[in-house]
Write a protein that binds this ligand. Structure first.
Ligand code: CAA
Length: 380
């Protein structure tokens, strides 16, 4: 695999780094503490092309690629994991399926405003009674000829309280399981579609999620993505891309923790010298740096495969599994290196530790990633 970045990929990485360092990082602690939705940062990401990075410019995107998206996600998430996942959901879970499975009319109507950041999207798959077992959904769509009537609820919907558009997965025929699932697009303001206030969570406090409800919502057939019955495959193919985004978010969180632990180890003195001189600390830093690089290599491999149009289900699952679990280990060690100060909200590493934890859960738990990797390994 070629590892050199193209000039364009390096430029996007640098642009995202400048934005993250100058505009996102100074606010990250306050956003976390207040649980404030970063309205101004979401708007800036739209202006900078970060909300539809890999979408062609004719549909409002930046016309770049998945590798650039992964690099930018790492930079933004290094500064603020909440801002990172807001960006990831819009890019991977909303714009990507609209681009891949939407018709020309849907691309103009729905994709262009989302990819340009004028509107914000969310992805409705998870339900109160089904997360990992995604094909067993209770949100139903009754076929009425030229439209569906949708009833049900979806929960843990990242961006949900603020989203203008939802890519929603519904059971159009529950007797068919996965093959009876359909993807539809619904816009805010459609009668019967309501969005709850935000959930309260351990981490990523500024990235609001919520439960959304559908009560006799009339959805015209023009809003069906792909074809009736194709929904589950659309969801799974979309998550293959989404998992690259979450792996990159985990990378950003882990890198922030490693950088802070390294700096701290150089200045904190114990037993008459900086703790960085102690082998116990050096071994921790060595493991953290190695795991971070391994996670990045897995992530960039999956992103490169996506850009080449090669099936990357297993590679995305590996990247997400390893990067998320590495982020938990790295942020854990970062607290350990900081000692008591690491446990204090005066320092950032406790935020990184809390933020890392969700990357092992959303867009498929670590257990689901192992199922996907094992299934693909066994059938090879
Ligand atoms: N791409 C295309 N098609 C795929 C696919 C993929 N990656 N994975 C599966 N499919 C197809 C299969 O080929 C199969 O089709 P055929 O019947 O025609 O062969 C069909 O889909 C069903 O596949 P499986 O039998 O493998 O499905 P399953 O019911 O056993 O489930 C699973 C597999 C891996 C457990 C899946 O349910 C899964 O990934 N669950 C986790 C869901 C998840 O990640 N949820 C996260 C919610 S989103 C979120 O968190 C967003 C947020 O807010 C941040």
């Amino acid at each position: 695999m070629k590892l050199d970045l193209t000039e364009e990929q390096s430029m996007i990485q640098q642009m995202a780094r400048d934005f993250a360092v100058r505009e996102v990082e100074p606010k990250a602690r306050e956003l976390d503490k207040e649980g404030r939705w970063p309205t101004e940062l979401v708007a800036r990401m739209g202006e900078l092309g970060l909300m539809g990075l890999a979408i062609p410019d004719q549909y409002g995107g930046a016309g770049s690629d998945t590798v650039s998206y992964a690099l930018a996600m790492e930079e933004v998430s290094r500064a603020c994991a909440s801002t990172g996942v807001i960006m990831s959901v819009n890019n991977s879970l909303v714009c990507d399926p609209l681009y891949k499975f939407g018709n020309e009319d849907q691309k103009k109507r729905f994709l262009a405003p989302l990819a340009s950041g004028k509107k914000l999207g969310c992805f409705g798959l998870t339900e109160p009674a089904s997360g990992s077992d995604a094909s067993h959904m209770e949100t139903v769509a009754e076929d009425k000829g030229d439209h569906f009537i949708v009833n049900g609820a979806k929960n843990w919907i990242t961006n949900g309280p603020h989203a203008d558009t939802i890519v929603l997965f519904v059971a159009s025929d529950r007797s068919l399981g996965a093959k009876g699932t359909t993807a539809v697009v619904i816009e805010k303001g459609t009668p019967g579609f309501t969005q709850n206030p935000r959930d309260h969570k351990l981490g990523i406090h500024a990235a609001h999620s919520c439960t959304v409800f559908f009560e006799n919502v009339k959805v015209p057939k023009e809003n069906v993505l792909g074809e009736k019955g194709m929904g589950f495959k659309i969801a799974m193919a979309t998550l293959d891309g989404g998992r690259i985004g979450i792996a990159s978010q985990a990378l950003g969180i882990a890198r922030a923790a490693l950088e802070k632990a390294t700096e701290y180890a150089k200045v904190r003195k114990a037993f008459g010298e900086p703790i960085a001189n102690k082998q116990a600390i050096q071994f921790m830093l060595a493991d953290m740096a190695t795991e971070l690089d391994a996670a990045r290599l897995l992530t960039l491999r999956a992103a490169t495969m996506k850009d080449k149009g090669v099936r990357h289900t297993k590679e995305s699952a590996m990247a997400k599994l390893f990067a998320s679990e590495a982020a938990t280990r790295i942020t854990h060690k970062a607290i350990q290196i900081h000692g008591g100060y690491g446990y204090s909200t005066e320092y950032d590493v406790e935020r990184h530790y809390r933020d890392a934890r969700i990357t092992e859960i959303y867009e498929g738990t670590s257990e689901i990633q192992r199922i996907v990797i094992a299934a693909n390994t066994l059938k090879a």
